[in-house]
Design a protein around this ligand. Structure first.
Ligand code: ADX
Length: 626
């Protein structure tokens, strides 16, 4: 059983193993685990049995390649983490078994690793794959490499081959600005220089791989300053308790400590830090804890507690490196979702600055990034991120780009510069903002349906979803409008039409100014709905539908009962008609679909409309003569 970080006296080293197909990575890991006693009894028995059946020698790659069988059964494993420990240290190996999607897997595995063991085949030397993996590992913040030249037994343990390889690799990795590169000649199959020093290579003076892993410095890993605590969850209990749960991305948290809340910028102090039910006197990254604050501050998911003396950048504009993961090409000016710490916001890739040629590590000009490409971009988000550069903090400096329509992860990103540091001439703010404001007119989303069908519930939930993505929003709910704007109106046909025209007029003004307007009104008559559709322009009609009997059963305000009793004449559905939309953009059948299904449908339609519009605007701009 692996002890958690907390209270552990031996330290941990998380490392990533990197190698091309057939470099012998599985055998090397198997050898490390086997020779250091890290293989479970039952695992060993099955490996021995299988090896005997096959070829009579113990095939150590089977210890790790057990995963292959799972893969063949269609179980996807992006990264396999293996634990082992020696007397000196605990180890976590992030191994990426897939070959096809290697880049994606590496990006996942490397995000927490502090060292990479890079494997190459002594017969083949440095392959393009090796270079790609080394570059990606360094880009993901790994600045310590152990480069193991494997299969030395197959090249007669030649010191010349090893020396030449070291020289070539040194040359290649010079621009990567690594802190430490150690080389080691090994034969994972024979066990040379893995755990035990090789008898076959007396010319190699250094220690075996495991000794390097046990002794290499990890001291700089943790940072006790510059607190970053992105809030994942708000825990409420009783009348007064409000706890904020999350994972410490950087620094320490302790009772009495001064913190600033972002984005509300309020100064307060930490009252308590708890782990499960235990109060802690101090907690540091990467522990997940719950804190309470000395003052009553209203915080939510995506907000952050930070060190007031050393705040992160609060930025909507930044430069970043991207590893493009999707099969589909990168699109500039397309509204993607940007997932950063605990919040997801809308954002666009404003410009591709350049891509990287993996062989020469030089910047090259291309139009777009495709699968496995690496490039530098400028990004603009609709809502500020509380971020650092990836170099200073992998959590607050890293993000994912997600397709809003399919939810596919398109790219992994690493922030290299935030707005205040971006020179004004390098960043044409007007140009990028025009993508956001000029071409992004607003949209009215009109929820129509019987009283009790669920218009207000769905529109409120959609509002929360869109708010989290940083979109400018306004809600016009029938009940509230009637309290203010339409106080003088009743429920005759003429009054209802007037009510809808007033709502339509306000929605038009807001839409014109770039707002997403969510209207929830019974709006029972088709003709006036069509009238406001024409007036507003950017219009999505959502029919929130449920059979009258169900709405009547729900009767949230007791109005159906009153109407049936004759106390509310002209009630829609009872003695006044409801004319269903003929071709609404979205139909939510609240008697059959869950709230989440309905919300996803509406949010999807909104995002698609915005996306289509941006694409049209961009292609129009490209094709129209100046
Ligand atoms: S609309 O017909 O003009 O679109 P709107 O959505 O603004 O109606 O307001 C409907 C709300 O007014 C209902 O949710 C209900 O609370 C209240 N109401 C009062 N009388 C009626 C009525 N006769 N028919 C429908 N809703 C009524």
């Amino acid at each position: 059983m692996i002890e958690p970080f907390y209270g552990e006296s031996k330290d941990w080293l998380r490392f990533l193993t990197v190698g091309s197909v057939d470099d012998g990575k599985s055998t090397l890991i198997g050898r490390l685990l086997y020779d250091s006693g890290g293989v479970y009894e039952d695992q060993l028995t099955s490996v021995s049995k299988y090896s005997e059946m096959q070829n009579n020698w113990l095939d150590l790659s089977l210890i790790t390649d057990g995963l292959k069988a799972e893969r063949e059964q269609g179980i996807t494993i992006d990264v396999a983490y293996r634990y082992f420990s020696t007397q000196k240290r605990n180890f976590i190996i992030a191994d990426t078994p897939g070959h096809e999607q290697y880049t994606r897997n590496m990006a996942t595995g490397a995000s927490t690793a502090e060292l990479a063991v890079l494997l190459a085949d002594a017969r083949l030397g440095i392959l393009p794959q090796t270079k790609r993996h080394a570059y990606i590992a360094s880009m993901l913040g790994i600045d310590r490499f152990i480069v193991a030249l494997n299969k030395m037994d197959l090249v007669g343990y030649s010191s010349e081959i090893y020396e030449r390889f070291c020289k070539d690799f040194h040359q290649f990795c010079a621009p990567l600005r690594l802190k430490e590169v150690r080389f080691i000649p090994v034969s994972a199959l024979e066990g040379d220089n893995v755990v035990i020093k090789s008898r076959h290579m007396p010319w190699y003076q250094g220690p075996p791989l495991l000794t390097i892993l046990e002794t290499i410095s990890t001291a700089e890993r943790r940072n006790f300053h510059s607190l970053r605590f992105p809030i994942q969850n708000v825990i409420r209990s009783g009348k007064d308790y409000r706890g904020y749960a999350g994972q410490i991305a950087r620094g320490i948290l302790e009772p009495g400590q001064a913190v600033i809340t972002l984005p509300s910028m309020q100064r307060t102090k930490i009252r308590q830090v708890t782990l499960y039910t235990r109060n802690l006197s101090e907690a540091s990254e990467p522990l997940s804890v719950t804190v309470t604050l000395a003052d009553h501050v209203d915080l939510g998911r995506g907000d952050m507690l930070a060190d007031p003396e050393s705040m992160p950048s609060i930025s909507r504009l930044f430069q970043a490196n991207l590893i493009w993961l999707s099969e589909r090409q990168m699109r500039t000016s397309f509204p993607y979702f940007i997932k950063h710490t605990t919040q997801t916001v809308c954002g666009t890739i404003v410009r591709l600055r350049h891509a990287i040629d993996i062989h020469t590590l030089e910047a090259i000009e291309i139009d777009s990034l495709g699968p496995n490409d690496i490039g530098a971009v400028e990004i603009e988000t609709h809502k500020p991120l509380f971020c650092d550069t990836y170099e200073t903090n992998r959590t607050t400096g890293g993000f994912l780009i997600i397709d809003p329509l399919t939810n596919e992860t398109m790219a992994a990103g690493m922030i290299t510069r935030t707005q205040p540091e971006v020179e004004s001439d390098a960043y044409d703010f007007n140009r990028s903002s025009s993508v956001i404001s000029g071409e992004r007119k607003g949209l009215t989303v009109w929820f129509t349906g019987l009283s009790g069908s669920g218009k207000t519930t769905i529109s409120k939930a959609v509002c929360t979803e869109l708010m989290a993505r940083g979109l400018p929003l306004e809600m016009l709910d029938g009940d509230i409008v009637r309290e203010h704007l339409s106080r003088d109106l009743g429920f005759s046909k003429a009054d209802r039409d007037e009510n809808i025209r007033r709502i339509g007029f306000v929605a038009k003004l807001l839409t014109r100014n770039g707002t997403i307007v969510l209207v929830a009104a019974i709006s029972p008559y088709r003709s006036v709905r069509n009238e406001v559709r024409k007036l507003i322009g950017g219009f999505l009609e959502v029919h929130v539908s449920a059979p009258l009997a169900i709405c009547e059963m729900r009767d949230p305000k007791g109005l159906y009962k009153k109407a049936r009793a004759g106390e509310l004449p002209g009630f829609t559905g009872i003695d006044d008609p409801y004319e269903s939309p003929i071709a609404p953009e979205v139909l939510c059948s609240t008697d059959k679909e869950t709230l989440k299904e309905c919300v996803d449908k509406v949010v999807g339609a909104i995002m698609k409309t915005l996306a289509d519009r941006t694409v049209q605007a961009v292609s129009g701009r490209v094709s129209s003569p100046k």
